[in-house]
Design a protein around this ligand. Structure first.
Ligand SMILES: *Cc1c(COP(=O)(O)O)cnc(C)c1O
Length: 403
């Protein structure tokens, strides 16, 4: 039998960049009895959360909720808007962009994969000027969509989506803008309407602090219009029937009732605190963690400070050290889970998640586990990252004088 009770005393430190720790308040909300998904209470709940969720995406347009992981919502975004053989422009920021590209190939699309070369290409964000140049060449408007990852979870780079919008407009190109902010939503600044995004893809288990299992497509009216002509086969993922049922707060099939209780609670938590405050909290944590990496004398995966992620930080190990060996020691000795290096970054770095339900002390403890574990693994550290982070948090209070 799978042994799930192997953790030592105290709470496990789940500091991977998703799933993120689920607050007790959300777990409690999810423990309520499952109700009839066709009954009147459910309709009221559905209407309430479909309206509240728009605020997190900063949109007035409909947001579709799927009972699926983020990957399902990726697929939904493509198959609702595109037809077999359509050309799409995707940008290689890291492992998740690469997986999305692979999916586009499997769906019978013709994706072009723009990017900066090599492993170093995974240390920068989307280059909007490259997108603009490519779209200007496409005078016949064969490219039907531009697909970019907002917060590239494999590297800790948060790309400038407003700049991508500007690039598309500067090229006078009609392509749809489809954005993955599965790990960015509710942790990194995101503005679906203001940035003119046509489809935003997101998921539950990162900034929204929920368990894995639901995901989202935020739409634009242009995306909805385009979907009426799009010819890739779809049934479960089709927006039309979902949008119709959603008008009364229902779904065409059984939704994830208890996860939706959790979503409703998460939305209350985020909206009561205020999204801008939530974002400021994440920026501050990220700065504290970067202060630690700097004090250790190690490199951050992201080489461009203007696109440092507020969600996670990739820590590059010195030559000759396997980052997964370090992670293993940290996990076994300190009951702390860190993100592994993915794809081109495998073995080169680990990722510290600082999203969702964290606080200064959970992060100081996390950095303590990293520091002690790296020492055990023989990593040469210049100084104490823990002390640097403590100093950063102590001297940069978020709500000075509130308590
Ligand atoms: C987590 C993640 C995904 C995949 O989502 P799943 O829920 O694992 O299917 C895709 N893109 C990004 C940027 C992610 O962080």
């Amino acid at each position: 039998m799978l042994k799930l009770d192997f953790h030592p005393s105290g709470r496990h430190f789940l500091q991977i960049p998703g799933p993120s720790p689920v607050p007790d308040r959300i777990l409690r909300a999810m423990s309520l009895p499952t109700i009839d998904h066709r009954g009147p209470e459910f309709g009221a709940l559905g209407l309430e959360l479909l309206s509240k969720v728009k605020k997190v995406f900063k949109t007035e347009s409909p947001v579709i909720i799927y009972p699926a992981s983020g990957t399902g919502a990726w697929e939904a975004a493509l198959i609702n808007t595109l037809s077999p053989g359509d050309r799409v422009l995707m940008f290689e920021t890291g492992h998740f962009a690469t997986l999305w590209h692979k999916m586009a190939l499997r769906l019978d699309l013709q994706p072009e994969f723009l990017g900066l070369p090599g492993y170093d290409g995974w240390r920068h964000g989307v280059q909007a000027d490259m997108i603009e140049a490519r779209l200007k060449e496409d005078t016949g408007h064969e490219l039907k969509a531009v697909c970019v990852v907002h917060n590239e979870t494999s590297t800790g780079v948060t790309s400038d989506i407003a700049a991508v919008r500007k690039a598309i407009d500067a090229a006078g190109h009609p392509a749809l803008l489809i954005v993955d902010t599965i790990s960015g939503l509710a942790s990194a600044d995101y503005r679906h309407d203001e940035w003119g995004v046509d489809v935003t893809v997101s998921g539950s288990q990162k900034g929204l602090m929920l368990p894995p299992g639901i995901s989202f497509n935020a739409l634009s009216s242009k995306a909805i219009e385009t979907s009426k002509q799009a010819k890739l086969p779809k049934s479960f993922w089709a927006w039309d029937e979902i949008l119709e049922a959603n008008q009364n707060g229902y779904w065409p099939y059984t939704p994830s009732t208890n996860l939706l209780y959790g979503l409703n609670e998460a939305l209350d938590m985020l909206l009561d605190e205020g999204i801008d405050h939530v974002l400021a909290r994440h920026q501050r944590w990220a700065a504290g963690v970067r202060a630690a990496v700097e004090a250790w004398g190690l490199e951050i995966q992201c080489l461009d400070p203007s696109v440092y992620s507020p969600v996670l930080t990739g820590v590059v190990m010195p030559e000759g050290i396997d980052a997964d060996d370090v992670r293993k020691i940290i996990y076994e000795r300190f009951d702390l889970s860190l993100g592994t290096g993915l794809g081109k970054a495998k073995g080169k770095m680990f990722r510290i998640g600082h999203l969702g339900d964290c606080n200064d002390l959970t992060l100081i403890a996390t950095l303590g586990g990293c520091e002690a574990g790296m020492k055990l693994a023989g990593v040469n550290l210049k100084g104490s990252g823990v002390i640097a982070a403590m100093d950063y948090f102590a001297t940069n209070p978020l709500d000075a004088g509130k308590r």
